[in-house]
Ligand binder design. Structure first.
Ligand code: URA
Length: 445
């Protein structure tokens, strides 16, 4: 089948045949489809969508574009975790060692920054020496000995996703239910997990901004996973404001260490305990939800999860002493404070604009293959609900390249709203979609 005919069919709103979808995935994998044709089809999919059957075929073809890891030699239920992407979303970096400290084996293949959202791999690479590109044998050995590790897709795992992910990042083709669902699930089905806990972000800083879209994505992910025999659950979590108080790479690693020392921000802790408890339950390491949550909290406060992070970093070649001395992480040479224009309360901090500001500082990529600045980022001194006086610092931009400052400062300033009244605190966990139903925790979901 000719690429141009497949692109035209989707451009005109037709459903693609399985054969057409397989030709596309094959072409992307073997390089016979050039980037411009793959990008054109991606854009047509963003604009015209895909039905659930096309989405399932696309996921299956992408998962089969490479190997599927067999972890059956490691005893117990292996539970994976994935996020659809947010700003300040460092949940995986805490959850993998935390769940492992509770006895869960956590296989985890992660991605790089996508659009305005940060990437777990970029963050981990800010730890001196940390290797994300482990071989499959090293991956299996880490899981058998440490119980967790976070790696990049090896060349043999869902290679079609690897190519498409990098293209989507720079062609405005991220925000699409079938493209996100197939990207997430092709990797997850290949990484060797028997069960999955997914974090579907919803709000200004997420790829799914509206509750109905996030819920539809959560349903699609759960149904693809369940159909493939992997017990899958998805939480829908709020992403209107960056999660935690750090956005970037090394600054987020430092925040993960704080959290594992029991000094983490409340919003981040709420998401981590909810997802961690489900990972413990799905691994059958606790008999009730309360017992699972208590186990997770105990691993956070006892230092067991922090010790597991140390082991994971050392096992992946990194300098584990950063856990005791985060000052060893790369830090930016320059800082600029963004001040409150008036006294009052911070009423909003738009996650999308803060994410774009972090990318403008160099923490993310503008073009495929760009290097990221591992120490650039933003610290949020204030969050919505906090009182401020005129001129008080709300954000701190950290950067190395002065040419990047003006654009970033303009975005950060635009992201901040200060008003007279403190907004009511908002729960972070909005809903939960699982294999026997859906539970929504807030109205309007
Ligand atoms: N995470 C992924 O792995 N893929 C997407 O498309 C979005 C988030």
């Amino acid at each position: 089948m000719r690429a141009v005919d497949i692109i035209r069919a989707k451009r005109d709103g037709d459903a693609l045949s399985r054969e057409a979808i397989e030709a596309f995935v094959r072409g992307v994998t073997d390089g016979s489809w050039p980037d411009y044709q793959a990008s054109a089809l991606l854009m047509a999919i963003v604009l015209k969508g895909m039905n659930p059957v096309e989405t399932a075929w696309l996921t299956d073809a992408m998962a089969r574009s490479g190997d599927r890891v067999d972890l059956s030699h490691i005893p117990g239920i292996k539970v994976g975790k994935h996020s659809t992407g947010g700003v300040g979303d460092k949940v995986s970096i805490v959850l993998a060692p935390l769940a492992a400290a509770c006895g869960v084996t956590v296989p985890k293949m992660s991605g790089r920054g996508l659009g305005h959202t940060g990437g777990t791999l970029d963050k981990l690479e800010s730890i001196p020496g940390f290797r994300v590109a482990l071989s499959l044998d090293e991956y299996k050995a880490m899981l058998a000995t440490v119980g967790c590790c976070i790696i990049s897709q090896t060349a043999s795992i869902a290679p079609a996703d690897k190519t498409l992910y990098a293209l989507r990042d720079v062609t405005g083709t991220i925000e699409s239910l079938p493209l996100i669902a197939s990207s997430v699930m092709s990797k997850k089905l290949a990484e060797g997990s028997n069960a999955l806990v997914l974090d579907v972000k919803c709000g200004r800083g997420a790829f799914m901004q509206r509750p109905a879209e996030a819920r539809a994505l959560a349903r699609s992910l759960v149904s693809i996973g369940s159909a493939a025999g992997v017990r899958t659950e998805a939480f829908i979590t709020r992403m209107d404001v960056p999660l935690g108080r750090a956005v970037g790479n090394s600054v987020e690693i430092a925040e993960c260490i704080d959290l594992l020392r029991g000094q983490g921000p409340e919003d981040l802790t709420e998401v981590i305990v909810s997802l961690g408890a489900r990972m413990v339950r799905l691994a059958e390491k606790a008999a009730t939800d309360d017992e699972a949550a208590a186990k997770v909290r105990a691993a956070l406060t006892s230092g067991a999860a922090l010790a597991k992070l140390r082991e994971m970093i050392a096992g992946q070649g990194g300098d584990a002493s950063v856990v005791d001395d985060p000052g060893r992480l790369p830090s930016a040479a320059l800082t600029r404070l963004i001040a409150a224009p008036r006294a009052g309360f911070v009423t909003s901090l738009d996650a999308l604009l803060v994410g774009r500001a972090a990318v403008a500082l160099g923490a993310g990529r503008d073009k495929k293959g760009d290097a990221v600045d591992l120490s650039a980022g933003i610290l949020l001194h204030k969050k919505p609900g906090d009182a401020v006086t005129t001129g008080e610092a709300v954000m701190e931009l950290r950067y190395n390249d002065p040419a990047r400052l003006d654009a970033a400062a303009a975005l950060a300033t635009q992201a901040m709203v200060v008003g007279d009244l403190a907004p009511a605190p908002q729960p972070k966990v909005l809903g939960w979609v699982h294999d026997h139903g859906e539970t929504m925790f807030v109205a309007g979901m």
